[in-house]
Design a protein. Structure first.
Length: 271
């Protein structure tokens, strides 16, 4: 998907919500467990119930890879079921030496190889340019690079200062933005880091940011919008557990719809 198409969707749906399909087979209602592929059936119902209120779905591949062949099957079927007007994210956090990254890129971008062609994949920056560039050679595909993450452990490395005075996450932004453009690169910035969005925007004023951490992790949507929004919105705010597990009962899809609508209405007020 191109940047302009994503921006059009945000304007049309008055939403910059990304719903995370972090589907844990142990949290699926009993009624689906007898079906051939409970994870896919759950995802299908969640997608049907929420697609009016979001512009993106993020599939965290860990929840699928952990189930072996059955998990990959659910992943491929879910990818195929995603609405074509929604920006698709393979949250796989990949990155390795160049020839290995080429294979990872094929796994998520090349339908001839893997059966999947996501719009984007999350990538870790630690191994540098040659580990990221293979993902950038696919037309209309995006790298979403981890910059300032939402977890406690982000303090271990990401805030360390270099001799030049800047913090590590600032070096990631400044170096990596030269590898691609705001047409094929986004950065992950956690919603739990509201105060840091001002700094982030000094370095990457135009790039889209993928923002996990609202909902279950307690980040503030208002702070993210106040400090992180740009003239094109520039945000995809992800919520996974707070939406897909809004109810643990048989009414899970209706509850997810209600929760997604609530977040979308808060977002509409910011647009
Ligand atoms: O810094 C990061 C990077 C990625 N994530 C991922 O986002 C979702 C968040 O799920 P919630 O249930 O809404 O907390 C999940 O897939 C994480 O792996 C993140 O949280 N923080």
């Amino acid at each position: 998907m191109k940047r302009e198409q994503l921006i059009d969707q945000i304007r049309l749906k008055k939403s910059f919500l990304c719903i995370g399909l972090d589907t844990d087979i142990d949290k699926i209602p009993n009624s689906l467990l007898d079906t051939e592929d409970p994870v896919f059936e759950f995802n299908k119902k969640i997608i049907d119930a929420t697609k009016d209120f979001c512009v993106s779905y993020k599939i965290n591949t860990a929840f699928y890879e952990s189930r072996g062949l059955a998990g990959w099957t659910s992943l491929i079927k879910t990818f195929e079921y995603l609405p074509k007007d929604c920006f698709s994210i393979a949250d796989a956090k990949r990155g390795d030496i160049g020839n290995t990254s080429e294979m990872y890129a094929k796994a998520f971008f090349d339908p001839g190889s893997s059966g999947m062609s996501f719009d984007s994949v999350t990538v870790a920056p630690y191994m540098g340019a040659d580990s990221v560039k293979p993902f950038l050679s696919f037309e209309d595909k995006w790298v979403i690079l981890l910059a300032l993450t939402s977890n406690q452990g982000s303090k271990d490395f990401q805030f360390l200062t270099s001799d030049g005075g800047g913090m590590l996450f600032e070096s990631v932004l400044n170096t990596a933005k030269e590898w691609g453009s705001d047409e094929n690169m986004m950065f992950v910035v956690g919603a739990t880091r509201g105060e840091a969005f001002l700094t982030i925007r000094k370095h990457v004023p135009n790039h889209f940011l993928l923002v996990p951490g609202v909902g279950a992790q307690g980040g503030s949507l208002d702070d993210v919008c106040k400090f992180g929004m740009n003239q094109d919105c520039g945000l995809l705010v992800n919520s996974s557990r707070a939406i897909i597990y809004a109810s643990s009962g048989e009414d899970f899809a209706e509850a997810a719809r209600r929760e997604a609508k609530k977040v979308q209405q808060e977002m509409a007020a910011w647009l």
